[in-house]
Write a protein that binds this ligand. Structure first.
Ligand code: SAM
Length: 435
């Protein structure tokens, strides 16, 4: 857990470190009231915050989002009447408490930096509630609670064990997973980076610090990618025609899977609608010296000149599978958003299925823990497209501890690989077109 021991000098609110707390408040407001992704809100919310304070604002907001139900339970335990959910006093208390109880900020600094956020308002209340909680010596539970609606949804879909796995996953900072450009270098990079490898082409590093300073980054020998996110391209590479073959990577940016496909020898056409994300895809290709044709286009209107041997749909989704790194999804993703994404996925899946050569391979993937964005998509697709059948992977293609589902697809859940640092939640299916 990061520790920010910012002892506060006493002269002005700015010197006290209040701007970073104000930025944290703006970030929380963006996520909890306006439903914006945390990463998307960062630029605007931290516009007037510089250097390490920007990182601190992000760390405070992310940690509040991880521990929100537990923080609120503490606050409610000492107030006579519950504060409204979006009251500034509640927000200020969440920020002060997460610093004092999780981030290791001295208590006097945690409260002094936050009181200016409620100037002209409930300062006394915030001070009193913070004091009552911290004086009592109470701690946050070791295993964080999930927001009740998320817990109910995941419990209903996967059972209580999965929800418990998700809670445990929130408690520990996720490791940093790297995918290697050349799997033959696995032992070398595991040793060089002081990491472990769960399978060829993968290295897992704990507490990595600055990624860009790690050996091998500048030379482009690896890129950051959760081990579960590396599975879709592995499944396609396993079916690559001798000497390469043509691959279309739909929804490709920022390019983790494009890089894998290019490194596996495919001639890749990488398509994405977002110019900002395509810029990052180009930077990643440049750094790794890998080649792909990059196409900025909306897959709902674009079409390739000819069908490909391999096609990947890494579909836009609710992203609830990456809640460990993006805890905002726990609070802003609700059933209407899941339904909207599922509709988009169904359109992309149906449209792109015509772009695979007979005998070719299609992989559909989402980083979601919602069945509507995985199992339900597959069932509909198989009903509508009798020219496709599931091509179940060999267990040896998957990280040890990730099973092939009895129906032939892959579903990663938070409880998996838990003794080695866990993995993101993904749905992945490989399909073969009749040929
Ligand atoms: C899950 S992310 C892709 C991650 C990427 N495959 C990787 O491995 O780095 C989904 C991507 O879909 C893109 N996207 C969303 N709707 C799209 C559309 N209609 N056409 C093309 N790309 C789209 C988004 O811009 C986003 O980059």
């Amino acid at each position: 857990m990061p520790r920010f021991n910012r002892d506060a000098p006493a002269d002005s609110a700015d010197a006290l470190g209040t701007p970073s707390r104000r930025a944290a408040l703006r970030l929380l407001d963006a996520v909890l009231r306006r439903g914006e992704p945390l990463e998307q809100a960062l630029v605007a919310a931290t516009r007037h915050v510089y250097g390490p304070d920007r990182g601190l604002a992000h760390a405070i907001a992310a940690e509040v989002l991880r521990r929100l139900p537990d923080l609120d339970a503490l606050i409610d335990s000492v107030t006579e009447r519950p504060l409204p959910d979006d009251a500034k006093a509640r927000m200020a208390l969440r920020i002060a408490l997460v610093q004092a109880l999780v981030l290791g900020t001295p208590h006097h600094a945690a409260i002094a930096t936050v009181l200016p956020l409620v100037d002209g308002g409930p300062r006394k209340l915030v001070h009193g509630v913070f004091g009552a909680i911290t004086r009592s010596g109470v701690l946050l539970p070791e295993i964080p609670a999930l927001p009740p609606l998320v817990e109910a949804r995941w419990d209903a879909a996967w059972g209580a064990e999965m929800a418990e796995g998700a809670q445990a996953a929130i408690a520990a900072p996720p490791p940093l997973d790297l995918t290697l450009a050349d799997p033959a270098e696995t032992d070398h990079w595991a040793a060089e980076l002081g990491g472990i490898s769960l399978m060829p082409g993968h290295v897992r590093v704990a507490d990595a610090g600055s990624v860009t300073d790690l050996p091998g980054f500048a030379e482009g020998r690896w890129w950051v990618q959760d081990i579960a996110a590396s599975i879709p391209a592995r499944l396609l590479a396993d079916r690559a025609p001798a000497g390469g073959g043509a691959a279309i990577d739909l929804c490709a940016a920022p390019g983790g899977k494009t890089l894998q496909l290019a490194a596996a020898g495919f001639h890749v056409a990488a398509v994405d609608v977002s110019n900002a994300r395509i810029k990052r895809l180009r930077e990643n290709l440049f750094r790794t010296r890998l080649k792909a044709e990059v196409i900025a286009a909306d897959v709902l209107t674009w079409a390739p000149d000819q069908p490909a041997d391999a096609l990947l749909i890494d579909a836009p989704c609710s992203a609830t599978g990456i809640f460990r790194r993006h805890p905002d999804v726990l609070h802003r993703v609700h059933p209407p958003i899941i339904e909207e994404m599922a509709l988009l996925q169904a359109r992309l899946f149906a449209r792109a299925a015509d772009w695979v050569k007979p005998g070719g391979t299609l992989v559909f993937a989402t980083c979601s823990l919602e069945t509507q964005e995985g199992e339900v998509q597959l069932a509909r697709f198989l009903r509508d497209r009798p020219d496709y059948a599931i091509d179940a992977p060999d267990a040896a293609l998957l990280p040890p501890g990730v099973p092939v589902h009895a129906d032939g697809y892959v579903r990663t859940l938070p409880g998996m690989l838990v003794d080695r640092g866990g993995c993101d939640g993904f749905f992945i299916v490989r399909l073969r077109r009749d040929g």
